[in-house]
Design a protein around this ligand. Structure first.
Ligand SMILES: [Zn+2]
Length: 416
């Protein structure tokens, strides 16, 4: 934006920051976490501090400050606050319906101490996606100054009226280190992600780069840093792509069937002890983030966008008990096991997917699915489970599913 207009926003941000700092100090000193109380006590002071500022900034700054004080006081209570007072480091200016409005399709106006300023806007893909899905803008917004590019970044909130979503079916997702098993319409698809392999691969590449460069240039040299940075960016981009593509595929299938998505409730510790063998705690954390938490977060966010509900169930023992007989499954050295009662063979990920489904249907998150529950019906049809059913997942390599927009290719294939 023009230098002059931008300068007005820099001034505005300065005043806003000052107000928020003072309000936070007052709130923390007096144990205030509610916007209404903060406003009642400080509105007059704030107004007299900057009388040239539109009065609604006093409201939004009180909301902003109350939220900061609230989270700081909570951290303090838990003994995790590092300082006596919260620092107001990064500021985005909170706007309400009086402070900004849309002007046509290409600009907005924002009320400032220098009157209403018109700012032309550039919409991004994310925005258009939400609008296309029937989301509407709310009146609140936040604006952040991007000094380097002399522009404002506008953060918007969308809302949507939704009909009660009564799931007609469930899609269960069991995540393991290198694949996601997904149960859809009675078939378990095993989508290869290779996420832990990606993490480990980059880890070892980084280590060998470090050793090589350290030998030649000494530790912490510039060329080494450059190579490491590039490797880090590549790794991040690849993982992100894998996660988002798969999340989109799964959520689309759920939306098409009006299904809910069932995920494991993850604890703070790595799931199922699967990655316990990785000794380096930092590396273990990264594998966990990539393979479990990161995937869940991607699914959650996509599901929100499509209005698909996500259900969490207790993951305990989900791969240890036969979904039909409720008896223990004895695993050999690989991912295949035999039911100790019925004698049928199971693939670990298939077991996990069905048990997640049973728990979602049982609704109690318990970890001992009974034979009754295995016979509960979904959408009129029985859960397709029988001793004769195929207990093998359908594996799909990454190169294949990454190009799909829906599961149709594989479904047509299995129909034949
Ligand atoms: Zn069995």
């Amino acid at each position: 934006m023009p230098r002059r207009t931008f300068r007005a926003f820099v001034e505005l941000e300065g005043m806003y920051r000052n107000i928020v700092e003072q309000l936070v100090l007052h709130a923390v000193n007096n144990g205030i976490t509610k916007f209404t109380r903060l406003k009642a006590e400080k509105y007059r002071d704030v107004r007299s501090l900057y009388p040239q500022l539109p009065s609604h900034y006093a409201y939004t700054a009180c909301q902003d400050a109350a939220e900061r004080a609230h989270s700081f006081l909570r951290l303090k209570k838990m003994g995790r606050a590092r300082k006596a007072y919260p620092e107001v480091r990064s500021v985005s200016i909170w706007l309400d319906d009086h402070l900004w409005r849309v002007e046509g399709l290409t600009s907005i106006s924002i009320a400032t101490h220098r009157g209403r300023l018109r700012v032309s806007i550039e919409l991004n893909r994310h925005f258009l996606r939400y609008v296309n899905r029937g989301w509407r803008l709310t009146t609140e917004a936040k604006v952040k100054l991007d000094r380097r590019n002399r522009r404002l970044v506008l953060y918007l909130t969308f809302k949507k009226e939704v009909n009660e979503y009564r799931p007609k079916a469930y899609i269960t997702v069991d995540v393991n280190e290198n694949a996601e098993a997904v149960l859809i319409d009675g078939v378990v698809y095993l989508f290869e992600t290779g996420l832990s392999r990606v993490t480990l691969g980059y880890y070892y590449r980084r280590r060998s780069v470090q050793e090589k460069y350290d030998r030649v240039y000494g530790p912490g040299n510039r060329p080494e840093r450059r190579v490491l940075k590039r490797l880090g960016n590549n790794e991040k981009a690849l993982k992100k792509e894998i996660r988002w593509k798969l999340a989109t595929l799964i959520v689309r299938e759920a939306a098409r069937r009006q299904a809910a998505i069932v995920l494991e409730r993850l604890g703070r510790e790595p799931a199922k002890g699967m990655i316990e063998r990785i000794k380096d705690p930092q590396l273990r954390h990264r594998v966990f983030q990539a393979a479990f938490k990161g995937i869940q977060r991607a699914i959650e966010e996509k599901a929100r966008e499509y209005g698909v509900p996500v259900i969490y169930v207790n993951p305990r023992n989900t791969s240890k008990v036969c979904p039909i007989h409720g008896a223990e499954i004895v695993y050999g050295g690989n991912r295949h096991g035999v039911c100790s009662k019925g004698g049928e063979t199971w693939h670990r990920d298939v077991v996990a997917c069905y048990n997640l489904l049973l728990r979602a249907l049982g609704g109690d998150g318990g970890y001992a699915p009974s034979r009754q529950r295995a016979l509960v019906t979904v959408d009129g049809g029985p859960v397709p489970l029988g001793p004769t059913a195929a207990h093998e997942p359908t594996p799909i390599v990454r190169g294949a599913w990454a190009r799909w927009r829906s599961l149709r290719p594989i479904m047509n294939e299995t129909d034949d």
